[in-house]
Design a protein around this ligand. Sequence first.
Ligand code: SF4
Length: 687
Amino acid sequence: LDPRPVSRTTTTTCGYCGVGCSLRVHVRDDEVAAITPVHGAPVNRGHACIKGRFAHAFTRSRDRLTTPLMRRGGRDSPLEPASWAEALTVVATRLAEIRDRHGPDAIGMISSARATNEENYLAQKFARAVLGTNNVDNCSRLCHAPSAVGLTASFGYAGGTNSVDDLDGTDCILIAGANPTEAHPVIGARIKQLVLRGARLVVIDPRRIDLAEMADVHVQATPGSNVAVFNGIARVLLDEGYADEEFLRPRASGLAELTELLRDYPVEQAARLAGVQPETLTMAARLYGTARRPAIVYGLGITEHAHGTDGVRTLANLAILKGAVGTPGCCGVLSMRGQNNVQGASDMGALPDMLPGYQHVTDPDVRARFGQSWGVDVPDRPGLRILEMFEAAIAGRVRAMYVIGEDIAQTDPDSGNVRKALAACDLVVSHDLFLSRTAQLADVVFPAVSFLEKDGTFINFDRRVQRVRPALTPPGQAKPDFDILQLLARTMGADLGCPTPADAMAECAALTPTFAGISHARLDRDGPLHWPCRAADQPGEGRLYLDSFATPDGRAALAARPYLPPGEQPDAAFPYVLITGRRLVHYNSGSMSRRTPNIELRPREVLDLHPDDAARLRLTDGDLVEASSRRAAVTFSVHLTDTVAPGQMFTAFNFPETPTNALTSDVTDTVTGCPEYKLTAVSLRPV
Ligand code: SF4
């Protein structure tokens, strides 16, 4: 241990997961000496996990990008260091050429859930005001787009209904399709404490996750059966008198249609579709139905399906039937966002159909307001979603892809198709910390900075806007995405305005009613604020809808949605189901966590396989197996565990050497285009 005192300490927000823990970063010689959680911080209350506390060595990794890189001799030439002026000029010139020759919609921009709100605000402004296209999207498309659409349709706003603080009052937690112990560890720990203090726990998950061990009931439903499960529980709530008639009559719509649909979902039928015992489903319903203040916590196991939006809507039905949302003391519905700022990237309008605050681009009044401020005509036609951009690139309609801080060649589904799309483009630009798989395929790479080196705000999973402050000096010539976009716009002869992140938030607040009361000065003075926050003298709203829901008729909307089978189904050729998700010590592409001591705890990816399946294939722990889907084959080392059900397996996508997403399905949610990451049909062959 270095005995010298630290030279400075900065309070900021964790850049790994969507919990948004407040951290104190202690720095010596411009390197992180230690990170400690902020005691008394509202979200993490003095706790932080192994990623937030210890996974910071990547900031000073020798392979950080420190200069722009570009290919001077075409696609087959190597990436070479370049000056900022040279790289910016090349990108500006080629983007302008492509825009002028093929039209603005020949350019696609992917913004980042790793970037700040201010950077996302600027990215969508750059796309719309400088390039002239709505082809801008962010990785919430690949995780929580069904939450944004589903929660808006059910309740009014594209976020969870309550503050995480409300969990303190719950007497029953229903967790569906989320594994907080690994993906959101501080929340996982808080849920354990609540259960130890007496709260009942219902876990709905195809895997026996850690929290299932202490659950009152574990509904181990087959992947893709969420809608059947929730319809079955809803039917029990109605049949056994747990629905809150006094709430439903004035405050909800759609009860007659839902009641009619649920005639088809007696608990035996729902249980059959989900592959569980009817008694298990009934018990889950009774626990939720008898609770005074039940809470719903859900994650990507609900959204990343072919019918992910239906999953969100039918889960929201349970809270509405029970009157457990929009009422005093309620705990509502919390959607566990994955990456640190996946909520904020969408809130800031990095979406092909929405300007900041989910204001639709097809609304002429909205376009006029933004257009007047920006001095341009905002394009009115919704742009392409991420996966549509790839298809358009392969078809020759998109000629340039501009990717900010996402390793799409490793993390997006059917990654072979992603590579094909990038190869088809005339220009690929990447902002990254490292030479990621995507950066390796780019024509120009701009060296970006991490959350420990930038200024702005993130929004966590309970709609809390929190400050991000630079603790370290960026290495070499690396720059924040914010500065790169400003420089590029200027090189293209445009001016994005907003010279600082605080100015960008101020501009966003002036144009976006739900953010009108939020400013950096206020956050610095008063601490985090929930949106909506409509005026500088109003507190943000942690618990929503106490007066009325934000739907057109002011009522919560029950949704009658039938169970539909998943997009991809196992068959004789591909008889197993692969589920993908998160591991505790690594994060997403692993580009940050793999460059920290966390790598010693999990040095490679493994495939979790049930011992019965392993015995059938004559595999033992550590053996190699080739998993093949309809798209590709990947070799894994197997890890035998009965936390996965027979016929199912689980892995993550943290290692480029084990490209899990070469396997994953190109099926998407029928409403939002979110990929069906949670269900890929595969075959297995011992290697
Ligand atoms: Fe960071 Fe999430 Fe861990 Fe908190 S729980 S320290 S936000 S990774």
